[in-house]
Design a protein around this ligand. Structure first.
Ligand code: TRP
Length: 330
């Protein structure tokens, strides 16, 4: 069975953009013939901040988000990166195979070099794509469903596979990115993609009133009619796209429904559509929230299973690298 690895950094609640771009796909894949692993990449939180007060709570919230949209822990193995020591061990080995100049070629790292004027970037940040390669390779994952922004990390991973297999023998499979075909949702500011840090997102955990308030404030334009025009009326086009995605209605039919009406009615309609979509998710969340122990139980079991699977790979890695020290009794 093919293996899939996906994951998120526990930096805050998931939003509608995550749902359309990624979660929906994960729910579909978990019901097909794949073995699914979902990493909660808590080490990666440290790449751009040192405030860690909220990491633990964010992990809990992330799992609540997963469960309430329908990720099934029986089908998707959810685990915590920092609690699988094999990932750190593998990272040490493979970091030796990556030159500093290769690491610096990664566009994400290049951006970081610019953002920090080159001087303040941590080694951890420089190493982040290599650490992500270790996450992927520890499970010998075949497919990595990611957004475009993560592609360079998959390229890095593939480079590591080539070098490792050439140097120590065929241990790793060549992983492939699985690029999501679903549209990227823009935020309610109509300027950036929907993102937790930009204050432009509708979260899966938002209440009815929060949704209504946010949609009311969503950026539009000075025209009145509700017509899809991606080039000239980007903000409205994004809202129409949301309406379409969360109601299943064709854009044409939505335009017709709001013919002769304006933004007020359209936005009320959109809030309704989103709230209808979120209602069952909210119901499930309430159920799971009641049971404090359930979340930690899922994480315990998932992390244990992940650790077992990663250990199988690490045994092969140590053997191939002659770090299995049998005569010394290890
Ligand atoms: N970098 C990913 C993100 O920011 C999270 C992640 C860490 C990941 N390790 C991974 C994703 C391995 C896929 C595979 O969302």
């Amino acid at each position: 069975m093919k293996r899939i690895l996906t994951g998120d950094r526990p930096t805050g609640p998931l939003h509608l953009g995550h749902y359309v771009g990624s979660l929906q796909n994960r729910i579909k894949l978990q019901n097909e013939d794949y073995e699914m692993f979902n990493i909660i990449a808590d080490f990666q939180v440290l790449t751009d901040r040192m405030e860690t007060d909220e990491v633990e709570e964010n992990i809990r919230e992330l799992v609540l988000d997963y469960l309430s949209v329908g990720l099934d822990p029986k089908k998707t193995n959810i685990f915590i990166q920092s609690k699988v020591p094999q990932l750190s061990e593998l990272f040490v080995y493979i970091s030796m195979l990556v030159t500093v100049s290769r690491a610096q070629q990664n566009p994400t790292i290049k951006e970081e070099v610019q953002a920090t004027a080159g001087g303040k970037m941590s080694l951890g940040m420089l190493n982040m794509p290599v650490s992500q390669a270790a996450d992927i390779l520890a499970f010998n994952a075949d497919l990595i469903p990611v957004g475009e922004d993560q592609l360079p990390h998959i390229e890095q991973t593939r480079d590591v596979v080539k070098t490792f297999n050439n140097t120590f023998g065929e241990v790793f499979k060549m992983p492939k990115a699985l690029i999501s075909k679903s549209p990227r949702l823009m935020g309610l500011d109509a300027e950036n993609k929907m993102s937790k840090s930009r204050n432009n997102a509708v979260f899966l955990s938002d209440s009815k009133d929060e949704v209504i308030k946010k949609i009311k404030k969503a950026v539009t334009d000075s025209k009145k009619d509700i017509v899809y025009d991606k080039d000239k009326r980007l903000a409205l086009a994004n809202l129409l796209m949301m309406y379409h995605l969360f109601s299943g209605k064709d854009i044409k039919d939505i335009e017709k429904k709001y013919e002769g009406l304006g933004y007020k009615e359209f936005k009320e309609g959109l809030s309704d559509v989103i709230n209808k979509f979120l209602d069952p998710i909210r119901e499930k969340r309430k159920e799971f929230e009641k049971d404090e122990k359930y979340i930690s139980q899922i994480l315990k079991e998932g992390t244990e299973k992940a650790s077992e699977e990663a250990e199988k790979t690490l045994k092969e890695v140590r053997k191939a690298m002659k770090y299995d020290y049998k005569k010394l009794g290890f």
